[in-house]
Write a protein that binds this ligand. Structure first.
Ligand SMILES: Cc1cc2nc3c(=O)[nH]c(=O)nc-3n(C[C@H](O)[C@H](O)[C@H](O)COP(=O)(O)OP(=O)(O)OC[C@H]3O[C@@H](n4cnc5c(N)ncnc54)[C@H](O)[C@@H]3O)c2cc1C
Length: 382
């Protein structure tokens, strides 16, 4: 049983403790999912999470709008990640994919939230391109004003849920100004003519991922989220919220690695006693525990700050993501070491965690990018 003492920290209310208990029970009953076919596993997970009411936390109710509760998002992601990376992925992408609509969508666009919250529609967030990953302002996909709408031409890559999503939030160049100020965001249904999956991408921790192609894809002007030129602002505001939740997922992986290590250290007999009696093993466990608690403090500080009315939490979210993902990698590496040969055995839980954590240090802003964000905030006195 994972440590839940952090739920008594002043960041949380009783409703958060209720969510944490409920999602733990759900995860115990439903996870891990069968990973043999990740597309159908993700479709099933989205349906299940929607049917059982968990996706209602991933986006606001369009009929009774209220702000996203970031602590709830983080608690759910931390718990799901502790049980199964794919379960966390299915929940997370509904939130991130629908994020620009949740934050900036008009009434008509917000209607999609009914479907993402129930699990009837799968969402995706399409920002990255082959030539612009970290350099977001360099996006090349064009969105040209034409008649009563826009024509999209170009590619996106590394798009989670690519191939199974019902709609994509696509960031393209409308050209109001050079660089970041000339981008806009569009809601593009997957069935639109000219849209195709150019390539499916496989990674060390499998989930649906694809390179997308847009060939003269026509969308009406009503597909634009926010105003022309708002795309960069919309992407960054969305990431501001969801970066803390990536950190929460990393925290879930790290907490699981610590739990597994404690179990192993207590049960494995070596040199005439339990592994846990060896002081170097104790030192590793102590370091892992400090990293887990410190990551949790940063994650829930960022979430609490946002929930308590901060317009932006750029610094707090970047710190949480940088620390939680980097330290989770170290915690999991120690877990593998303490498990010995079993730690690298294919299918063992710590071997899986070792693969699951890696991409979190790259996506939604690589660690180096988070350092730049934090340094800029500090130097500007923000
Ligand atoms: C599993 C996975 C899922 C993803 N899902 C999505 C998604 O759903 N939607 C989406 O839009 N994108 C998604 N991405 C893309 C992701 O956001 C990009 O991979 C990421 O932004 C890095 O871009 P890149 O891969 O082009 O690497 P590059 O931009 O080429 O960067 C390579 C490396 O250079 C270093 N670096 C970058 N910038 C700097 C700097 N300023 N200073 C110093 N070093 C630097 C970092 O170490 C970085 O990892 C996903 C990626 C992965 C791996």
């Amino acid at each position: 049983m994972a440590d839940t003492s952090f739920l008594n920290w002043p960041f949380f209310d009783d409703r958060h403790r209720a969510v944490a208990k409920g999602i733990e029970e759900w995860a115990m009953a439903n996870l891990p999912a069968d990973h043999d076919d990740v597309d159908s596993a993700c479709r099933d997970l989205v349906k299940q999470l929607g049917g059982d009411g968990w996706l209602k936390h991933s986006a606001p109710d369009p009929d009774a709008p209220s702000p996203l509760d970031v602590r709830t998002l983080c608690l759910i992601r931390e718990t799901l990640a502790r049980h199964d990376a794919l379960g966390d992925f299915a929940f997370a992408m509904q939130g991130l994919g629908a994020g620009p609509i949740s934050l900036f969508g008009n009434t008509q666009q917000r209607d999609w939230l009914k479907r993402t919250r129930s699990g009837a529609a799968i969402a995706a967030f399409a920002l990255t391109e082959p030539k612009s990953g970290s350099d977001v302002a360099n996006i090349e996909l064009t969105a040209q004003h034409y008649g009563t709408g826009y024509v999209l031409d170009g590619e996106k890559t590394w798009i989670s849920n690519g191939g199974i999503a019902d709609f994509y939030i696509v960031f393209g160049r409308t050209g109001e100004a050079p660089g970041a100020k000339g981008l806009s965001a569009f809601l593009v249904p997957a069935k639109v003519p000219g849209f195709s999956i150019a390539e499916r991408l496989e990674t060390i921790s499998p989930h649906p991922l694809a390179r997308l192609k847009f060939e003269r894809v026509c969308v009406p002007a009503t597909a634009m989220i926010g105003a022309p030129g708002d795309g960069f602002k919309i992407a960054m505001a969305t990431l501001d919220i969801f970066r803390s939740t990536v950190a929460a997922a990393a925290l879930g992986f790290a907490r699981r690695a610590l739990d597994e290590t404690i179990k192993r250290a207590r049960s494995r007999e070596l040199f005439g006693g339990p592994l846990a009696d060896l002081q170097m093993v104790q030192a590793s466990i102590a370091e892992m525990a400090v990293d887990v608690d410190a990551a949790a403090l940063l994650v829930y500080r960022a979430a609490w700050t946002k929930d308590n009315g901060a317009a932006r939490v750029t610094r707090e979210a970047a710190m949480a993501k940088l620390f939680a993902t980097e330290r989770a990698q170290k915690v999991i590496d120690k877990a593998v070491q303490i498990h010995g040969g079993d730690g690298v055995r294919h299918g063992h839980i710590v071997e899986r965690l070792y693969r699951d954590i890696r991409a979190l240090r790259i996506y939604e802003g690589a660690s180096e990018v988070q350092k730049i964000v934090i340094a800029r905030q500090m130097l500007s006195g923000a």
